[in-house]
Design a protein around this ligand. Structure first.
Ligand code: ATP
Length: 536
């Protein structure tokens, strides 16, 4: 079957998310709220599996990373030290006609004829406006429509039935000064701080201003010393955190891709400065490819990029689905030595999933300066004192879940038992992150022996994996329901399981694999081991 077209694919994913309960619009019954999303039963499981697997990969499967779960609202000085209060902003512009707000760097460039007006007057003695205004019309559009937009603009400024003044035209190419939706002139770009503000305590004063954290990373830096004291770790080591972050994005868009509330999975991996690590010799007992004590920041940076790509592969994204963007020198933050963005080829374009930055010692140094507390580390091996440097892999949970949904969506033409062709929608999630691991069906719900066996299988598997039990409808329908939910395995308990006619099949079930739709006969006693091997 032909692959669904790009935007068609996105529409299909969005509609499946609602229909199957992966993602709903937040506050939907009140008309929704822009930039906020809720995860339904399947989405909540999917998201949890992604986070749990990241956490397991970072903290349980390694010795050199420990976890943290910090508060969302923290001391406002943290955001001064990190630079967020002064510089965490996007340039915004407003449409002079509709007041709609855009991110200046995301305006689609426009070409055409600009109609400039110097002002307008309501009759020879009426109210006058001397405010200049312009409208851009794409080639081929009637000039009257530019004037109509200008009439509306001046009417809003209190000039009724205006006569337009000083009209002149100009050809422009690739301009970002006009609203792509109606041609109206936009305001000059101004910086808009993306942090959500609130007040801690009952008094709404300047002294009580707090911010919802725009990233999880800063809590890790400010707790660096506490974690170091209790965890018996030595540099190099990392602290990771998963949690909510909030950014008052000017234009939330592309479904959950750019939201105002989202989750991050961040690691701050603390390393020795290059002048310290270079004093150490390679440890010959450490096998090749494994981290070495004498690695400098650039080896660590490359190592983490590779680790993260392998992690994405382990949950079903191939290297081919990803792309990499190495920020150019002039794009880097002043303290950063290198930043690579791992991008995913979304149906709406290739966009960032995760950023991996080598941040030097900027963050700890800033917090040392602003708090007055030492962030220095004493290194036993080299007998030197330093502020550790950091490599930061920072990923967005919601963007990754969206990538996994897009990647999983597939349509296939299949032939049912009666020979009829139909379209099968199947979510091909990696079993590791699939919301439901297995579905259990008694072939018929009105046969107590089948139902009893099916419930027995359910109790056997339930403590170990998320499963569903379904006895309603034809078996083919039940398979389709699970295909759409992305359940990798279905178990059917049929008459052979009872072993009345074929004793050799007693206590065996059919295990159907979602992608190949192949079915095999498996003894109930071997089910748990077999499935655990496939889902972990
Ligand atoms: P962008 O350039 O897309 O705004 P960013 O470079 O500002 O992203 P970071 O500050 O590096 O993002 O945040 C780390 C990760 O957090 C991003 O790679 C992304 O996965 C996620 N993230 C950031 N902003 C949002 C958002 N508004 N909605 C959803 N996820 C986000």
């Amino acid at each position: 079957m032909a692959e669904p077209k790009v935007n068609e694919l996105m529409e299909k994913v969005v509609s499946l998310c609602k229909r199957k309960g992966f993602i709903f619009q937040s506050s939907e019954i009140y008309g929704g709220i822009n930039g906020f999303w809720d995860y339904g039963p399947l989405g909540a499981e999917l998201k949890r599996n992604v986070k749990d697997f990241w956490w397991r990969s970072m903290t349980k499967l390694r010795d050199d990373v420990v976890g943290l779960d910090a508060s969302i609202i923290m001391h406002p000085k943290i955001w001064e030290a990190s630079g967020h209060t002064s510089t965490f902003s996007d340039p915004m512009v407003d449409c002079l006609l509709t007041k709609k707000r855009f991110r200046a760097d995301q305006i689609e460039p426009q070409s055409g004829t600009v109609y400039h007006f110097t002002g307008a007057q309501a009759g020879p003695t009426g109210k006058e406006s001397t405010e200049a205004y312009s409208v851009l019309l794409p080639a081929g559009k009637n000039s009257e429509s530019a004037r109509k937009i200008a009439y509306r603009f001046y009417q809003q400024r209190g000039v009724n039935a205006p006569a337009l003044l000083g009209e002149r035209t100009e050809e422009v190419s690739q301009s970002i000064r006009y609203n792509p939706e109606n041609g109206s002139l936009l305001t000059e770009a101004r910086n808009f701080n993306l942090m959500f503000k609130s007040y801690a305590g009952p008094v709404e004063s300047e002294d009580n201003i707090v911010y919802l954290r725009p990233e999880t990373a800063q809590a890790i830096f400010v707790q660096f010393k506490n974690v170091l004291d209790v965890s018996r770790q030595k540099v190099p080591f990392g602290i990771c955190q998963i949690g909510k972050a909030f950014r008052n994005e000017i234009n939330p868009r592309n479904f959950t891709f750019r939201s105002r509330e989202f989750e991050q999975m961040e690691l701050e991996f603390f390393i020795k400065p290059d002048d310290v690590s270079s004093k150490q010799t390679a440890d010959s007992s450490i096998s090749e490819g494994q981290p070495q004590p004498n690695w400098g920041w650039s080896e660590w940076h490359k190592y983490w990029v590779e680790e993260r790509v392998k992690w994405y592969e382990s949950i079903g994204l191939s290297r081919n689905d990803l792309d990499f963007y190495w920020q150019k020198k002039e794009e880097l933050a002043h303290y950063a030595r290198a930043t690579v963005d791992i991008l995913y080829k979304f149906p709406f374009g290739t966009q960032e999933l995760e950023g991996i930055a080598a941040r030097g010692d900027f963050d700890l140094t800033q917090h040392q300066k602003f708090s007055g507390k030492s962030m220095e580390y004493f290194d036993e091996e080299t007998k030197s004192k330093f502020i550790p440097h950091v490599i930061e892999p920072s990923a967005g949970v919601d963007r990754l879940v969206l990538a996994l949904l897009c990647k999983a969506y597939a349509e296939e033409e299949v032939t049912d038992e009666k020979g009829n062709k139909e379209i099968r929608i199947v979510m091909r999630f990696h079993p590791r992150i699939a919301p439901t691991k297995v579905a259990i069906f008694p072939l018929l719900k009105n046969k107590p022996e089948l139902v009893a066996k099916a419930l027995q299988v359910r109790e056997l598997l339930r403590p170990h994996m998320n499963l569903v039990y379904d006895e309603s409808g034809a078996i083919g329908r039940r398979y389709r329901r699970q295909d759409e939910a992305g359940t990798p395995f279905c178990i059917t308990i049929d008459f052979d399981t009872l072993g009345n006619e074929k004793p050799e099949l007693k206590d065996t079930v059919t295990l159907r694999e979602r992608d190949s739709m192949k079915q095999e006969r498996v003894p109930i006693s071997g089910l748990l081991e077999l499935l655990i091997g496939k889902i972990t």
